[in-house]
Write a protein that binds this ligand. Structure first.
Ligand code: AMP
Length: 544
């Protein structure tokens, strides 16, 4: 195991690399391949590579399109190392732009379609982005207006490229390369830029449910290894058809193994931006989809839909569910309804990915007893004093986990230990089997009258109430308590009130300080860009 730390003095322009000793050992073990990220895509051929509702490209066509796009970006003035904010809906265009940017040596900032000007301007500013790529419109939103706003707010942004109807802007550029330079002998952008593999290849966006997102630098070496390990733990092969339905710029459908993992092995990638079950289940039948990655809320809806949707789902081999906790009852329902394996995935865009294994028995899968996907992942479970305990906060370090957010020194002091472990904020328990189970969030706590109350503990208790379908427990400002506990509930009984909830919890012997001070009925719970309950928006809704 490698114990080398990186000091803040090692920061290069806001990026904290892995310390040389760790990096050298990962290279010596051959897990860092020293190859550019774009080369992870499988070799050209006539097999289908990417398909959306409008177009399909073979592997040969995808490579040619990415080369033309890279050459177009370079001739438009994009330089290696330039950062470009990419905000596309799930489409072939997203894949071509991503691979084109990578081949040109630019560093994509992978934002989600649901981000708006506040997040995009913040991310562009922190990244020092020179460009922004988007679609014209999607889901009733005009990204060209966002682009105009961005140009006014962030002076470093010089290029705007728009897919579809570009309006006042230009479409992403393509430059046809002649056959000679196309042969691969030259080392221009048409051949693909080869950056230092220990520098950021892409910036992911942190998926926090509070505060503005942060930039997660993922290097060529670490991200490639992430993809390779994830393809192994999912048993992905060229025979698979991988459906992308979560926002494709999110780490899970991007690289765990995601569409990059699928393309690495020569599997077919089908992209859709309509997660509604009637569309998605049809696509499974139409393309013979074998693997899909979902968040629990979507898995739940699709599972219910198997009851009435007539689609043939027999091609399915694996459903990965992650990004938030999957309730046991939902996991059992998935196993009952789907003709495929379920793999629970607990992970973070910051790095560490843990999964259940393909040959696990159903109880292990349902219980989400997960293992880190690399034997080089270092895990610590600690209490508030940093002492190792069986149940506490998960700290992690390893060959594909970041050493620091980009240009976020203050935040990094809080989010990392001095010896480089990332403080995940997740509460986990070490199991006798050596696996871990996620039991909650350390950071999602309400401080009520000086007492720390874990919001998800209260949520679990309330979900046992027969009339509560969904619930989000949040802290609201209170002049005497500091924060009071508010349960925002979705219930089929409008007269369910605080007295009912109190009686129910007291009956179960719950500590009084954990009992909500307030119960509010809501019709929906707002979700983040990738489908997790957005606590910040819940609070804003309750206060507003
Ligand atoms: P993101 O970076 O958007 O993938 O968010 C990572 C965070 O999502 C983790 O730190 C966890 O808090 C949460 N998360 C991801 N997967 C799971 C899971 N299977 N169970 C519980 N929480 C999860």
């Amino acid at each position: 195991m490698v114990y080398a730390s990186t000091s803040p003095d090692d920061v290069i322009d806001g990026f904290l690399p892995h310390p040389p000793r760790s990096a050298d050992s990962y290279r010596a073990l051959d897990i860092w391949a020293n190859q550019p990220l774009w080369s992870v895509v499988g070799s050209p051929g006539a097999a289908p590579a990417v398909t959306d509702g409008a177009q399909r490209l073979t592997f040969a066509e995808l490579e040619a399109a990415a080369r033309r796009r890279a050459a177009g970006f370079r001739s438009a003035g994009l330089q290696p190392g330039d950062r470009v904010v990419l905000q596309c809906v799930n489409s072939v265009a997203l894949v071509v732009n991503l691979l084109g940017l990578l081949r040109a040596g630019a560093v994509p900032v992978l934002t989600l379609p649901a981000h708006r000007i506040t997040e995009i301007a913040h991310l562009a500013e922190v990244a020092g982005a020179v460009g922004y790529i988007c679609h014209d419109r999607a889901a009733g939103f005009d990204y060209r207006e966002l682009a105009a706003d961005l140009l006014g707010r962030v002076p470093s942004v010089r290029f705007v490229w728009v897919e579809g109807d570009p309006g006042a802007f230009a479409p992403p550029p393509d430059l046809t390369i002649d056959a000679e330079t196309d042969s691969g002998a030259a080392s221009g952008p048409e051949d693909g830029h080869r950056a230092d593999p220990d520098t950021p290849a892409v910036f992911l966006v942190s998926g926090g449910t509070t505060g503005l997102p942060k930039l997660i630098p993922r290097t060529h070496n670490d991200y490639r290894y992430n993809i390779e390990r994830a393809t192994e733990v999912t048993g992905l092969s060229a025979a698979d058809t991988y459906l992308v339905v979560l926002p494709a710029a999110h780490n899970f459908p991007l690289a765990c193994p995601g569409f990059l993992g699928a393309l690495r092995l020569g599997a077919h990638v089908v992209l859709t931006d309509d997660p509604a079950p009637d569309n998605a289940l049809d696509l499974i039948e139409q393309y013979g989809v074998t693997v899909v990655a979902l968040v629990p809320a979507l898995a739940q809806v699709w599972t219910a839909a198997t009851e009435w949707e007539p689609a043939d789902l027999s091609s399915m081999r694996l459903m990965q569910v992650g990004g938030a906790r999957l309730a046991e009852a939902d996991a059992r329902a998935i196993l009952d309804a789907w003709p495929c394996r379920l793999q629970q995935v607990f992970g973070m865009a910051e790095g560490l990915i843990c999964t259940t294994e393909l040959d696990d028995d159903p109880e292990t899968v349902v219980g989400a007893q997960v293992t880190p996907m690399s034997t080089l992942d270092e895990i610590r479970v600690v209490d508030a004093d940093g002492t190792e305990v069986d149940e506490g906060e998960l700290l992690t370090r390893g060959p594909y986990t970041l050493r620091g957010y980009y240009r976020a020194e203050d935040h990094n002091r809080r989010s990392f230990t001095p010896d480089g472990f990332y403080r995940s904020g997740d509460k986990v328990r070490r199991l006798p089997s050596g696996r871990i189970a996620v039991t909650g969030r350390i950071k999602d706590t309400i401080v009520r009258a000086g007492e720390n109350v874990a919001a998800d503990d209260v949520e679990d208790l309330l979900l046992a109430h027969p009339r509560i379908r969904r619930v989000a427990v949040v802290g609201l400002p209170d002049p005497t308590l500091g924060e009071r506990i508010c349960a925002a509930v979705i219930s089929d009984r409008a007269d369910l009130d605080l007295a009912d909830v109190r009686a129910f919890l007291l009956d179960r012997g719950v500590a009084t300080f954990m009992i909500p001070d307030e119960v509010r009925h809501v019709s929906t719970l707002p979700i983040t860009a990738v489908g997790k309950v957005d606590k910040r928006a819940v609070v804003a809704g309750l206060l507003g």
